[in-house]
Design a protein around this ligand. Sequence first.
Ligand code: NAD
Length: 468
Amino acid sequence: MKQYTLLIAGERVATSSHAEVRSPSSGDVVGYMPLAGEAELDRAVAAAAESFKTWSQTADELRANACRLLAEKIAEHAEELAQILTREQGKPLNGLGSRFEIGGALAWTRHTAELNLPVEILQDDNEGRVELHRKPIGVVGSITPWNWPVMIACWHIVPAVRAGNTVVIKPSPLTPLSTIRLVEIMNEVLPPGVVNVVTGENEIGAALSAHPGIAKMTFTGSTETGKKVMASAVATLKRLTLELGGNDAGIVLPDAEPSRIAEGLFWGAFINSGQTCAALKRLYVHDSIYEDVCAALTDYAGKIAVGDGLDETSILGPIQNEMQFNKVRELVDDARAKGGRILVGGAPLERPGYFYPITLVADVDHGVRLVDEEQFGPALPIIRYTDIDEVIARANTNPAGLGGSVWSADAQKARHYALQLECGSVWINKHGTIQPNAPFGGVKQSGIGVEFGVEGLKEFTTIQTVLS
Ligand code: NAD
C-alpha cells in the first residue's frame, strides 16, 4: 500500500511515521497517511509565507489563469481522484458519489477562476477620491472534514489563491489521501509554496489553527471543533470563516403531493448517506398527508442499492467511520425506545464495514435526540404537525441554522414560510442543492461567514481604503 508524503514548498516531504487509512467498506488499509509534527507544520507555514511575498503581487489575470489550469488538472485526474476518494471515504463511484464530487470540485474551481474583485470607486468629486481595494490576507490555514473532502478542499483553496493568498491545508485524518493527491496535482501548475498540505491526527489541526503565522482560518467541520478554532484565533486575531454543523428542517405543507415530492425529499436527506452538512435532517409533515408522505418515502427508499462504493451498481455506501456509525445506531435505538416507529431500516446491516441501512423513523418529536441533534447519517426522523406557524417557530428553536426547505404545490405560499426559517440557505421544493454562484453559510451556531461567489471570495481579502 502506498505511503503518502506531505507536500511543502512544492516538494514531497517524507515523515518518520505514518498512520493507516482504512476503507469503511472492507476495513482494508488503503494507504498510509504521513504524520506531520510541529516542525513540518512550521516548515509549511514558512513556505506559504515566503511564497505569499510573490503570489500576492502576481497580476490578477495570471492568478485567474492559474486557477483555470487547476481546473484542467482536476479534469485530467478526475477518475484517479474519484477512485482514491471512494476507497478512503466509502461513497460510491456512481450516483451522487465520488465522480459527482470531483465534478463539483471542477465546477467550483472553474467558476471561482472567473470571479473578480475590481477596485471600487466610492467617491470621485471635488471633495476628493475614495477607492476600496481588496487585498489578500496572508497565509490561510484550511481544515476540512471527511464527508466531501475533495470538493471542500477546493472550496477553501481556490478562492484563497484566486484572491492572492497562500494556503496550508490539513484534511481530516479519516480521508487525507485524496487531498494529498489533489495538492500534488495542483502543485504541477502553481508556484512552489502557494498550496501546501500537512496531515496528522486532530492535534495538528489544533496546532495549525493556533499558529501565529496563519492570518486566516477557513474551517469546515463540526460546531464543537469550530468553537475551538475560533478560540485559537483570538491570540493573533485571525480572520475566520466557519462552516459548521446543521440540523436542517424540511416543512411539508398540507397541499404538497406526496408522490411528487418523495424523490426530492429522499435525496435532500440521504445524499452521501446523510453525511452532508446541509442535508435534510428533520422532516415535519402536516397531519393530513403524514401517512402518505411516509409511505411514498418508504417506497422510494426500497429502490436504492446500498453497497461497496467500488461496486458500480451501488447508489449509497457505508457510513464513513466507526464513531459516526455508533452515533447513528445510538440515535435510532434511542428514538425507537422513545416510541419511534421504524418504517424501514433501523439496525446495522450484517456485513463487514460500517453499513447502516436507509432508516425512516416516524412518530417522533422534539425531545428525542434523533430530532434535536445532528445525526449525520442515513436516518431521518419524521415529525407530525398541524399548525404551520407553530411548526416554523418550533423548527427555529434548534441552535443550528444552516439550511431549510418548504414543500408545497403553491410556490408563493412556500416562499412566504421559507423566509421565516432561520437558516443561511432555504430551498423551495428541493433541499441542499448548492451552486458556485450562490453564497452559502450558516447562521446561529452553524457558522460565521459565507463561501462561494463574489461574497465568498471577499472573505479571503481585507479592505484597504485609499483616500486622496
Ligand atoms: P470534526 O469537527 O470532527 O473535524 C473537522 C476537522 O477538524 C478535521 O480535519 C479534524 O481533524 C479537525 N480537528 C479536530 N479537532 C480539532 C481541533 N481541536 N482544532 C482544529 N482542528 C481540529 O468534523 P467532521 O466529523 O470531520 O465533519 C462533520 C461535521 O462537519 C458535521 O457537523 C457537518 O455538518 C460539518 N460540515 C459542515 C459543512 C458546512 O459547509 N457547513 C460542510 C461539511 C461538513
